[in-house]
Design a protein around this ligand. Structure first.
Ligand code: G3H
Ligand code: 13P
Ligand code: ZN
Ligand code: NA
Length: 283
């Protein structure tokens, strides 16, 4: 069934594990995510990015995830990833999303607090949870000088104020991860993560988690990360299989013969993540 993020995070908090938040763009990926959740008996968050909404359309995303959630006994959260503004959040709420992120991280602190709080005020009465972002989680393709890199990280004191004044249910933090494929291995600022958690006492969200070694993910989770976002690793597994299938059978004319195996490959990557996050067996 479709449930709210709050419900899922509450249990994750009690059990000190993280729930995987996997990005979907099409039917095969939605199915891969839910099949993985069923196989691992894990609660799961399916999220739609700005790109996903543009590619598939809001209604298709909602319909696909609803169909998936109705067909399973594991809890499924439908989450808006990097929501841009109040209007988009409202649209998502009306369409049936059970959780939303308002990403105000590009704004100065005061403004980020103001718009995030507005969204909390709208979502809370509907039983919908809100994720905010403080600090800037970059893309691996974004060019930023090493000297100014740490300036994009979340400040623990600001985080304390942000959480207190907005009332968010979860906080996305910038502690060294980035969206996309890393050049080399990412280095996470665990000290900072620990301080943020001590000061905020709420579930933290790790974005850009594809390409982060399992051990680093486990450590982040031990320090209070309760939602781990994965997109790129699914894309890589899916397309790797598509390429293999296409090159081994260049005469193939049935898309299902290519996309079916790709869906299975995505499912296996997701299952592995669920075991690392500790959410396997918790549904
Ligand atoms: O939000 C980050 C996602 O991993 C990628 O977003 O679907 O807009 O490319 P996109
Ligand atoms: P990756 O693509 O690096 O896994 O990041 C996903 C993400 O943070 C979505 O919000
Ligand atoms: Zn993200
Ligand atoms: Na990444």
């Amino acid at each position: 069934p479709l449930v709210s993020l709050r419900e899922v995070l509450k249990k994750a908090e009690e059990g000190s594990y993280a729930v995987g938040a996997f990005n979907c763009n099409n039917m095969e990926i939605v199915q891969a995510i839910v099949e993985a959740a069923e196989a691992e008996k894990a609660p799961v968050i399916i999220q739609a990015s700005q790109g996903a909404l543009k590619y598939a359309g809001l209604n298709y995303i909602v319909s696909l995830v609803r169909a998936a959630a109705e067909s399973t006994r594991v809890p499924v959260v439908l989450h808006l990833d990097h929501g841009t503004d109040r209007e988009q959040v409202l649209k998502a709420l009306r369409a049936g999303f059970t959780s939303v992120m308002l990403d105000g991280s590009k704004f100065p602190l005061e403004e980020n607090i103001a718009i995030t709080r507005q969204v909390v005020e709208i979502a809370r009465p509907m039983g919908v949870s809100v994720e905010g972002e403080l600090g800037r989680i970059m893309g691996t393709e974004d060019h930023i000088q090493v000297s100014s890199y740490e300036a994009t990280f979340t400040d623990p004191e600001e985080a304390q104020r942000f959480v207190r004044e907005t009332g968010v249910d979860a906080l996305a933090v910038a502690v060294g991860t980035a969206h996309g494929v890393y050049k080399g291995e990412p280095r996470l600022d665990f000290e900072r993560l620990k301080k943020i958690r001590e000061r905020t006492q709420i579930p933290l969200v790790l974005h850009g988690s594809s390409g982060v070694p399992d051990e680093a993910l486990r450590q982040a989770i031990s320090l209070g990360v309760r939602k781990v976002n994965i997109d790129t690793d699914i894309r890589i597994a899916f397309l790797k299989k598509v390429r293999e299938e296409l090159s081994s059978r260049p005469e193939e004319i049935d898309p299902r013969k290519i996309l079916g195996p790709a869906r299975e490959a995505a499912r296996e990557v997701i299952r592995h993540k669920m075991r690392v996050f500790g959410c396997a067996g918790k549904a």
